[in-house]
Design a protein around this ligand. Structure first.
Ligand code: FMN
Length: 210
């Protein structure tokens, strides 16, 4: 454990936080996905769904690099245009670090997997932390709402599979609200991003209706 590992509580002080988790599969292929993370004692807790690549990679290769960032664009890229992400090697684990506006890198190893709940709980031990170049972001409603919209968007496939029409409607309402606000207070790229998220959500619903 390094000095920064001990300071993780400063970064993860509000309970559940969002981050981008980079993993590799057994052939070394890199995957990054937005995931919620939480500090539990000295461990970092992830809850990746069983069907996700992140889950299967963590089970098979047992390492992750957690990229702590508030930059909604990195969340969007990791979900929809992963080719936009650039990487640099990590120090102690195979999953690399995302280059760009990242505040903190946490290189971790899996220490326990609890499959008795859904989603499973994956406990990680932090091996090495380093500061990134940083987001240098003043609070932006547009930036926060894009991350919020992505969270709700990524819940839609499960709700649709379950036939939970009310749940789907509520999520789409939140995305629509985010769209309206980002249109007013976001920069041009965020406006394009939120338009794309709303468009993708409406396409998913169309499939539900047909
Ligand atoms: C901010 C944010 C947080 C998310 N947190 C989780 C999470 O904790 N667990 C999960 O399974 N999916 C979570 N998701 C959804 C996944 O990122 C999404 O399903 C993704 O496609 C999984 O990618 P993968 O199959 O490459 O692992 C989150 C999405 C966003 C935008």
């Amino acid at each position: 454990m390094c000095e920064l590992c001990v300071e993780l509580r400063t970064y993860l002080r509000y309970g559940h936080h969002e981050a981008i988790v980079t993993t590799v599969d057994s052939s070394g292929s890199v995957n990054s996905a937005p995931m919620g993370i939480e500090l539990r004692g000295d461990s970092i807790l992830l809850r990746p769904y069983v069907g996700s690549k992140t889950y299967s990679n963590l089970v098979s290769t047992k390492e992750a690099t957690i990229n702590i960032t508030n930059d909604s664009k990195l969340y969007y890229y990791s979900l929809f245009t992963p080719q936009m992400l650039k990487y640099s090697p990590s120090k102690l684990v195979r999953p690399p670090r995302i280059l760009g506006d990242v505040d903190l890198y946490i290189e971790c190893e899996v220490i326990n997997i609890d499959n008795s709940v859904n989603p499973p709980l994956i406990y990680l031990r932090s091996l090495c932390c380093d500061l990134g170049s940083g987001c240098k972001l003043a609070f932006s409603r547009a930036n926060s709402l894009v991350i919020e919209a992505l969270v709700h968007y990524s819940k839609l496939p499960v709700l649709i599979r379950e036939g939970n029409v009310d749940g789907v409607k509520r999520r789409v309402d939140v995305i629509t609200y985010a769209y309206e606000v980002v249109e007013r207070v976001g920069d041009e790229e965020l406006k394009l991003i939120i338009k794309d998220i709303l468009g993708k959500a409406l396409t998913l619903i169309k499939d539900l209706e047909s």
